[in-house]
Design a protein. Sequence first.
Length: 195
Amino acid sequence: MNLPKRRSGRRHHPECPDCATEAAGQDPDHLAYMTWITTRIGEHGWAVPGVYGDDQAPPWAYSVGMWLTCQSPELIVCGVPVQNAAGLINAIGGRIADGEQIGADDVLRDVCPAPLAIRPVDLSWRMTSMFAVSDEFYGFVRPPYLQVVWADRNGRFPWEPGFATAFLGMQPLLWLPRDDNPPTPWTRIDQDRLS
């Protein structure tokens, strides 16, 4: 799908092609990254930015563009390596693009060896920096997101008794308001990164 070309309204002199960037105070690497995001969306329907994780929070990845191109909620996967999360998002996104209806409370058993549950993301999480690229791409619009929640090796989800303790806290419970989540690196994400 070709996205419509938007004109910023800014004018710059032809002898200084980067003046608009410099005047806006934008980092050229960031502009290149956002250009890559919009190019991926134009070519494939969505892009999958991710955060590789560190000692402050586990990794996560999410889609940007599905709401625009597929008229469906965006997807987020937390607690697995970004490459794996991107693979899950692309597999589910492919189904959505082909017309399959995937929504909150669905359980997908044929995407990967472990079952995946789909949960709606509470609006309180949309006010965090977790979706920074989406927020920049969509501007003031906050498209809905669905969390793809993975089960442990025994097929149990984080809200079920017997979920593997080694994986506790790896996935936030994004369907609950942020303040209702148990304290984890996820609930401190903005505080940790801003301090």
